[in-house]
Design a protein around this ligand. Structure first.
Ligand SMILES: *Cc1c(COP(=O)(O)O)cnc(C)c1O
Length: 437
């Protein structure tokens, strides 16, 4: 963007100066609307989510064989209460929240240990199914367990998959793609961790390292795929398939709450806090939650102060037409998966009126929360997975906003923990040592 345009924006949108100053900000979206009004704008519907759930059900017999650590072929995580953390944070922020504090442990999802095990794996499976159906090797009523065979590995071995990633998406697509027999190349940005690259190489995945950031890695991946008709590019910035893979989480959470005896209704609103990078993961999950709980769920996105791309895009209405770098923000953060300078235009435009709010937090805050969660609950997460943790205190500080939704006494606060279980012990020890608590 031109400098003069940026100056105009800054005078029109007052929060931008705080973003530029890297101050933590909270923005509660004044354009949020009901599902009834907002849904038609998304171009998606409940059937799309159900279709994704059914595809995952078809693949369960395969996943059961290929990854026995899945729950009978399903990739799902548990929800757990974190009462000690709630107490510690009431103290830290000098504010008592009402309602329960729960953690959704996508950090411990089987296969790839992050939220990317939802969207990334789903997109690989969708592609594999399409190829096998088209080749006449599979029909939808088959037992998909038959894909776990040398015959199918040879078949998929004729094809390749490429993806650009800051790390976790590459892990999910690399692990799943390699297991099915695909040739996978992962274009990693400069900030990707060494241990993730090593693990992928051990699995026979081609890791291409880029000296620049995520946007460049994606562009290179896209170019590689364009030159090869047998190569499929997974587009993290614009993929509806990824989005729908994530969205399946909504109905699963609903079932989990039913089993746990936790009601979600007008008197018991659910607030969900999701770390956001390019937006596909949190956007897809939020869409699924809206389909499952309607207007009783409120989704809030969390981003690092150095990479507030989705807040910037939705707040200014410019979506992918503006990047944090345009404002002189450096997009440097320790939060893997969140170091994204330009948000997905697809997700921003699809979800802008169904999201309730956005906030930013510093890297040090994520580390401190990481240390606290480890101390109080003995749960270990990677830094980005803590971004959602201050959310309940941020919204509680805006009492009039909360009142709009009535009885905050009975609110349920669900913090989405997006990654961490695969982090090597020595790395985790370093994270914990970085906490100043
Ligand atoms: C990718 C990722 C996110 C955010 O997902 P996006 O789809 O990029 O918005 C959050 N946390 C972790 C750990 C991730 O890997």
């Amino acid at each position: 963007m031109k400098n003069s345009d940026i100056q105009k924006l800054i005078s029109k949108y007052l929060l931008l100066q705080d973003l530029i100053n890297l101050e933590p900000v909270t923005w509660l979206n004044p354009n949020t609307t009901t599902l009834e009004v907002g849904l038609p704008d998304t171009g998606l519907c409940k059937n799309d989510v159900e279709d994704a759930e059914q595809r995952l059900q078809r693949f369960a017999p395969y996943l059961r064989k290929a990854f026995p650590e899945t729950q009978n072929g399903l990739i799902e995580s548990e929800i757990t209460a974190i009462p000690q953390m709630r107490k510690a944070l009431n103290q830290r922020y000098a504010l008592d929240i009402k309602g329960d504090l729960l953690l959704k442990k996508d950090s411990h999802l089987p296969i790839s240990g992050s939220i990317k095990a939802r969207g990334g794996i789903y997109e690989v499976l969708t592609h594999a199914e399409k190829l096998a159906l088209e080749a006449g090797l599979l029909i939808q009523t088959d037992d998909y367990g038959k894909l776990f065979s040398d015959e199918f590995r040879r078949f998929f071995g004729q094809y390749s998959i490429a993806v650009g990633s800051t790390g976790n998406l590459g892990m999910s697509i690399g692990i799943m793609g390699a297991k099915l027999g695909f040739h996978v190349s992962v274009h990693m940005s400069a900030d990707a961790r060494g241990w993730k690259k090593r693990k992928l190489r051990e699995l026979g995945v081609k890791v291409v390292e880029h000296s620049l950031d995520y946007g460049v890695a994606v562009k290179q991946g896209r170019e590689e795929a364009a030159s090869n008709p047998r190569c499929f590019f997974i587009d993290d910035e614009n993929s509806k398939t990824l989005f729908l893979g994530y969205s399946v989480a909504g109905g699963r959470v609903k079932k989990q709450f039913e089993t746990m005896g936790i009601p979600v209704d007008e008197k018991h609103p659910l607030f969900v806090y999701l770390p956001c990078g390019v937006g596909g993961g949190p956007g897809g999950v939020a869409f699924g939650l809206k389909m499952a709980f309607g207007d009783h769920v409120h989704c809030i996105f969390a981003e690092p102060t150095h990479s507030p791309c989705m807040l910037l895009g939705v707040y200014t209405g410019l979506h992918d037409q503006i990047s944090v770098q345009d404002l002189g923000i450096d997009n440097l953060t320790a939060a893997d998966g969140l170091a994204v300078g330009r948000a997905s235009g697809f997700v921003g435009r699809t979800m802008e009126r169904l999201l309730d709010g956005f906030y930013t937090l510093s890297d040090q805050e994520m580390y401190d929360l990481l240390g606290l969660l480890n101390r109080e609950e003995k749960i270990q997460l990677e830094p980005s997975a803590l971004a959602g943790m201050p959310g309940p205190w941020r919204v509680t500080a805006h009492a009039d906003w909360l009142k709009r939704y009535g009885l905050e006494e009975h609110a349920i606060h669900l913090v989405w923990a997006t990654g961490g279980s695969l982090v090597p012990e020595t790395e985790m020890a370093k994270y914990i040592a970085t906490a100043q608590i």
